[in-house]
Ligand binder design. Structure first.
Ligand SMILES: [Zn+2]
Length: 451
């Protein structure tokens, strides 16, 4: 679902070893010394001793791909750049706070990240069959698929999305962790995608979702997104399809949505994340999920619809930056802003060639047994056993924080609402700890800081 990077290392523990860095599915393939690698990774506290586990850190490896050679990110769509466009803010939905919740009742905002891809057409068929709408957080050029505006069948797919009333939103040009980029790189990641999308539908989005759910205030990302006129869109239901892209494992995602819908009171809603680059999500989970939504009397909608934001506010006209009128107007009955002050990045959608260990908590929907607290749990809520991933430096701390939030999503399936909120607060504290920590920080140190 993301750029998967493999680092081949033969006897790589010596600094002089030559490494081969491969961005799977793209033209990126680089040979470099470990020292050269370390020299480029200036934004992280990285020491050679952690090299054996380095490949576990996708964000770090993305930085490698970003800094070497010709990668997806180096291509630029044709046409006048939108970088200088005026960016007036439309409507009443927040641009300053992270969005993770709908304001409309009895809806699921269905969102799909990382596409379009070879399964997207089938997903559009399934959505049509149910009469549901979705939001596609599109990446312009990643996974080696070529630019969306120049590579068939993507332009036709994106036109089909808009014609069918779905929402096209941005997931950046090539799926880097925005919090690790410079401001200039970050803007490029947004405006390249704008140009490519406008090359197809003559307008570009005002909604975005940061890859890995990473867009921190400290990095300048949140203010950059606001300056570019983007709503930062997250989610409150992670179906974990990317962790379960297997004919058997997808049952875990079905259990999550089954539990989530079964326990949602009428009048509530979800903002749900899936990935149309995952075969099992498209061909197996989607119809199961949509059937549950329909059976509950709810509807699958776009993010804009779920926020009560009229479709004209979803896009800008290149050049003028003004709101894009729609021929097929989908007026919403109300609009409101959400206020979420937390800047915490939510559970990320990370796939690595090795291990960012998913939560080990069960996603079983039968929760009749009492919780069993074991000494290894850092936090317990009913069947949820939260555990901080081991770390010994800032890189590991950031990974543990991402893992913590992934566990929060699992908690929503098996823990209590209050308990999960407590765990999420702990994840936020962990992120604060990571922000402060130097090379000496550790799981043990964080636990001590909580006492
Ligand atoms: Zn993504």
């Amino acid at each position: 679902m993301v750029i998967v990077v493999q680092v081949m290392h033969t006897a790589a523990k010596a600094v002089s070893s030559t490494l081969e860095v491969v961005v799977v599915g793209s033209a990126c393939r680089h040979h470099l010394s470990l020292q050269a690698l370390l020299d480029r990774l200036q934004h992280v506290d990285l020491i050679p001793a952690i090299w054996p586990v380095l490949r576990d850190y996708v964000a770090v490896l993305q930085a490698i791909a970003f800094n070497f050679g010709t990668c997806d990110s180096d291509t630029t769509p044709v046409g006048t750049t939108t970088v200088g466009d005026p960016r007036p803010l439309f409507g009443s939905v927040t641009y300053s706070s992270d969005i993770y919740d709908c304001v409309q009742a009895n809806v699921v905002a269905l969102t799909y990240d990382d596409g379009p891809y070879i399964y997207t057409n089938q997903l559009l068929d399934t959505l049509d069959n149910f009469g549901f709408k979705a939001t596609f957080f599109i990446t312009g050029n990643n996974l080696g698929k070529g630019g969306i505006d120049t590579t068939a069948p993507y332009p036709a797919l994106i036109k089909r999305m808009v014609a069918a009333g779905h929402q096209v939103a941005s997931h950046t040009w090539s799926h880097y962790d925005l919090s690790t980029l410079t401001g200039t790189q970050r803007v490029q990641q947004m405006v390249k995608n704008e140009r490519a999308i406008a090359n197809i539908i003559d307008k570009y989005p005002t909604y975005m979702r940061p890859p890995y759910s990473s867009c921190t205030p400290a990095s300048g990302c949140t203010t950059d997104m606001q300056a570019l006129g983007y709503h930062r869109t997250f989610f409150d239901l992670d179906t974990q399809d990317y962790l379960n892209n297997d004919a058997t494992l997808i049952r875990n995602s079905k259990n999550i949505v089954n539990w989530a819908l079964g326990n949602a009171s009428q009048g509530s809603d979800y903002l749900s994340i899936q990935h149309d680059i995952d075969f099992q999500s498209v061909t197996n989970l989607s119809s199961y999920y949509f059937e549950l939504i329909r059976a509950k009397g709810w509807t699958g909608v776009t993010v804009g619809q779920c926020l009560g934001d009229p479709e004209t506010n979803w896009y800008r006209i290149p050049g003028t930056g003004q709101a894009a009128p729609v021929s097929l107007s989908v007026a919403s009955p109300s609009s409101s802003s959400t206020s979420v002050s937390s800047s915490t990045s939510f559970a990320s959608a990370i796939t690595s060639s090795s291990t960012i260990t998913p939560s080990t908590a069960t996603t079983s929907i039968s929760t009749t047994t009492a919780p069993v607290a074991t000494p290894s749990c850092d936090f317990v809520s009913r069947q949820f056993c939260g555990q901080y991933q081991q770390f010994y430096n800032r890189v590991g701390c950031n990974a543990a924080q991402q893992d913590c939030l992934a566990q929060w999503n699992t908690c929503l399936g098996v823990g209590t609402r209050t308990g999960c909120a407590e765990w999420k607060r702990d994840c936020y504290l962990l992120s604060m700890y990571c922000g402060r920590c130097g090379r000496s920080c550790s799981t043990k140190g964080f636990r001590a800081s909580q006492e």
